[in-house]
Each structure stands twice: as structure tokens, then as C-alpha cells.
Design a protein. Structure first.
Lengths: 331, 164
């Protein structure tokens, strides 16, 4: 039995106007040829000029970060205009709440203001989260966030162990994102949530195997998902990295193993490329919410790719190395 | 009783005509509405595509017109628009059956044609120069509405010659 929100997500006619407009916006996304042009630029300044000529950034933006932040802002402005109820995108935004919670706890622990650590796009106003932490009143937060906020707060303040605090909140963020994604009933969002959690778990497992973390830590850090058997992953992690690879070869993530063997950046690129490959058919789908979600993911991927490229140019990294890090583009 | 049954023939004939006008009409209204919502999105981004978007929007509107034609022919045949409307029960049922191809296929094809038209509007948004090709896809759905129209016209026109 579908709930009301699930019906709206899968209503084939509900988003046809928004999708028609997104079709135009897709044409302004950077394609392979644009990335090639950016690669041919001799410096970061030249890249920024190319991007501003393409309409990137806002008046007054000077640095790469300002331009990229403006682009992200533009994306959300557009999506808010197209889909009046932004809660449709909560799966993609909920991690920002936990980031803000983490930042607020750290700030309270340090005892002084740290500038620019909060993300404005979340499902809860960052001001509420800051107030809840400062006043130690987690009743201001949604019910499902209160216990974990209290746990992370106590861990940070009493043990001073930032890593433990991060792990608790990261897992809670993943679990919330996962349950939200699955509850939409939208295939694309559910698949995104599945991949995101699996990728995070694999990352944690690999790092834990390298640093020799124990079972208790793994149980605390790994988030349940359908495509991975967490108990087997924990067991494999305790046995060593090769055992993780062997386990992954029996899962849907067998093709991630070569990337994992290469480096953590290669695995991150594998994950991003897999998402892009999965959402590509949405370019031809005029119905449901999926093309809008695909556009958001495509924009995030585009901004990330440009950030990698600009950072490479800024630090005089060779073109070959930059190319290895670039993501597949949506268009 | 026999007299009552004979008199109820006209009821079934009118029912058939009404369904032929009503059902494809509803589907066309729905289809044109969906097309309009999508076209509005297109025009928001590029107003120069108005005429092309309008053509695609109107494609699912034809089923409603076909239904109207069948209803008119049926009314003319059974004498509702003038003349005698003395029709036997069997003949009335035959008229009802004759209207069914247009009623059912008209409904189904209008909805599906609207979906194809909306998909073609996506092509229009990205490749306005390919409008001709993009229009052919939803237009193909029209074939089945026309086939149903022909069958219903032939059937409705032929029934008056049957002596029942």
C-alpha cells in the first residue's frame, strides 16, 4: 500500500511541467566537450573565465568557491521554483542537518565561533540546530534526531573523541537518508540511497581494515542496507582488506573492487560514475519525479567535477592526473 | 412487454451515441490538459516554440471530435435529429455495439497519444529542428483512433439497412 507521498512521487503527470523546463536546463549542463575546453585552459583564471562566459556564477563572484557556491544556489532556487514543496528533495538534504549538528557540537565543545561551518540547505533551519546544541535542548529537533544528538553531544563533551562523535552522527545521517529514500517509493531515489549507504559502508570497512579497528567500532559505524550483509562485511574487515575484496566480488559491487585497489579517490569516482550511468535514462523520461532528481544529481556531479578540475589547475597538477579524477558527465 | 422492448431500442442507440461523445471526449480533455501543462513549461523557457508546442498539445484532442462525429451520425440514423425514431430493441443494441469501437479505442488512444506528445515535447525542447520527426511518434497513435472511427461509421451507417 503506497502512502500519500509515494503516490505523488510516482504520479506520472504531477511533474510534467517541471520536467519540460528541466529539459531546457539540461542543455546548459557541461558536457564532455566543455570539460575538454576547461582542460585546455592554461590556468585556473582561464577556466573561471570560460565558466563565467557560460553563465556560471553571479555578479561579483571572483573566486572558484564563490562561483561554485552560486551555482549550487541557482540549482536549488530553480528546483524550489519548479517543485514548490522542497520536502520532495529531503533525501538529498538530510545529510546537511547532521553536518550542521556535528558542526554545532564541535563549536560548543571548542567554546568559540568558527566561521562558515554551517550549510544553509537542510531540512531543518541551521539556527534551530545551533540553538538546540547551545542550550542543550534537543527537544527542538525532530524526534528521530534527538537521541543521536544527545549521544554525540555526550561523547564529544565527555570523551573529547571527535572521531567517535562523527561516526555516530554519520551513521545516523546515512540511516535517515536511507529510510527517507526508501520511503519515497521512487526507484531512482531509493537506488541512490542504497548506493550511497553501500559506498559509505565500503569506505568505512576499507579504512577500518587499514587502521585495525575492532568489531565494536565497525558495528557502531556501519549502516544497514539491502545490498550488503553488514555482518559479513564486519567479519571480512576483521580478516583484512583482501577478505573485503573477496566479499565484495560476491555482491552488486564487484566492479568497484579494481577501483578500491587503486585508491579511495578512484572508488569515489567509481561511485559518482555509477550514479551518473544509472540516472542517464532520465534524460528521455518525461514523467514522474525522477528526471528532477536526476538533474539535481547531475548538477552536483558537474559542480564536483569542475571543483576537481579547478583545484588541479590551481595546484599545477598534471593534466593526466586531473583527467583520472574527472567524473562522467550527464550530458 | 413486446411493445416496451421495441420502444427501448432508441434508448440503447442514444446511450451508444452518448458514450461515443462522452468517453473519448473526457480522454481528449485529459490529454490536451496534460499537453498544455507540458507546453506551458516549454513556453516558459522558450516562447518561440509556442506554435510547435500547440500542435503537439492538440494531437490528443481529435478523439473527442471523432466521438462527436459518431454521435451525430448515430443521432441522424435513429431519427433523433428529425424523422421517426421507431427502433427495435435489437437494432438499438446494434447501434450501441457499433459505437463501442470509437468509445473504447478513442479513450485509450487519447491518453496514450498524450503521453507520446509529452515525450515529443522533450524532443522539441532540446532539438526544435527535429519537430517534424518528433510529431510523427504521437501521430502514429492516431492510426488506431481513425481505424476505430471508420469501423464505427461503417457499422452505424450499415445498421439502418438491416431488417430486424
Amino acid at each position: 500500500m503506497l502512502n500519500q507521498k509515494q503516490v505523488l512521487y510516482s504520479d506520472s503527470d504531477r511533474f510534467i511541467n517541471a520536467v519540460a523546463r528541466i529539459r531546457f536546463k539540461e542543455m546548459t549542463l557541461l558536457g564532455k566537450s566543455d570539460i575538454e575546453q576547461l582542460m585546455n585552459c592554461k590556468s585556473e583564471t582561464e577556466c573561471l573565465k570560460y565558466l563565467t562566459d557560460k553563465g556560471w556564477g553571479k555578479d561579483g563572484d571572483r573566486t572558484a568557491e564563490q562561483i561554485l557556491a552560486s551555482e549550487r544556489e541557482k540549482t536549488w532556487e530553480l528546483l524550489k521554483e519548479l517543485v514548490k514543496d522542497i520536502s520532495y528533495f529531503h533525501t538529498f538534504l538530510v545529510a546537511n542537518d547532521y553536518h550542521n549538528l556535528k558542526a554545532a557540537i564541535k563549536q560548543v565543545y571548542k567554546g568559540y565561533e568558527i566561521p562558515n561551518i554551517y550549510i544553509s540547505n537542510g531540512t531543518i533551519d541551521s539556527g534551530i540546530i545551533i540553538r538546540a546544541v547551545k542550550e542543550h535542548d534537543f527537544s527542538l529537533l525532530p524526534e528521530d534526531m534527538r537521541d543521536v544528538a544527545e549521544e554525540a553531544y555526550q561523547l564529544q563533551l565527555h570523551t573529547g573523541d571527535s572521531q567517535l562523535c562523527d561516526i555516530v552522527l554519520d551513521k545516523a545521517a546515512l540511516a535517515k537518508m536511507y529510510s527517507l529514500g526508501k520511503s519515497t517509493g521512487n526507484e531512482l531515489i531509493a537506488h541512490y540511497a542504497e548506493l550511497k549507504v553501500a559506498a559509505a559502508d565500503i569506505n568505512i570497512a576499507i579504512r577500518s581494515a587499514k587502521t585495525g579497528k575492532d568489531e565494536a567500532f565497525l558495528k557502531r559505524a556501519l549502516c544497514e542496507c539491502d545490498s550488503l550483509d553488514i555482518n559479513r562485511l564486519i567479519q571480512s574487515t576483521l580478516e583484512g582488506i583482501d577478505s573485503i575484496y573477496n566479499y565484495l566480488l560476491t555482491t552488486d559491487y564487484a566492479d568497484a573492487v579494481p577501483a578500491l585497489m587503486e585508491s579511495s579517490q578512484a572508488f569515489e569516482r567509481w561511485f559518482d560514475n555509477r550514479i551518473i550511468e544509472y540516472i542517464k535514462p532520465q534524460k528521455y523520461n518525461p514523467f514522474t519525479f525522477s528526471p528532477l532528481a536526476a538533474y539535481l544529481l547531475a548538477r552536483e556531479n558537474e559542480i564536483k567535477t569542475v571543483r576537481i578540475l579547478l583545484s588541479g589547475k590551481r595546484n599545477d597538477i598534471s593534466d593526466d592526473i586531473i583527467r583520472e579524477r574527472l567524473r562522467e558527465m550527464y550530458v | 412487454m413486446k411493445e416496451f422492448l421495441n420502444e427501448s431500442g432508441v434508448f440503447f442507440a442514444v446511450l451508444g451515441a452518448a458514450l461515443a461523445a462522452l468517453v473519448p471526449g473526457i480522454a481528449s480533455a485529459k490529454g490536451v490538459s496534460k499537453g498544455g501543462i507540458t507546453a506551458a513549461g516549454i513556453i516558459t523557457e522558450d516562447p518561440s516554440l509556442f506554435a510547435k508546442a500547440l500542435i503537439l498539445q492538440l494531437l490528443p484532442g481529435t478523439q473527442g471530435i471523432y466521438g462527436l462525429i459518431i454521435a451525430f451520425i448515430t443521432f441522424a440514423q435513429i431519427g433523433v435529429l428529425g424523422g421517426s425514431s421507431d427502433i427495435s430493441l435489437v437494432k438499438g443494441l446494434l447501434y450501441l455495439a457499433a459505437c463501442m469501437p470509437m468509445t473504447i479505442v478513442g479513450y485509450a488512444s487519447a491518453i496514450r497519444q498524450a503521453n507520446a506528445a509529452i515525450a515529443s515535447m522533450g524532443v522539441l525542447a532540446k532539438r526544435p529542428d527535429q519537430f517534424g520527426k518528433s510529431m510523427i511518434f504521437p501521430a502514429m497513435v492516431e492510426t488506431y483512433a481513425i481505424l476505430a472511427l471508420l469501423i464505427s461509421i461503417l457499422a452505424v451507417s450499415g445498421i439502418s439497412g438491416i431488417n430486424i
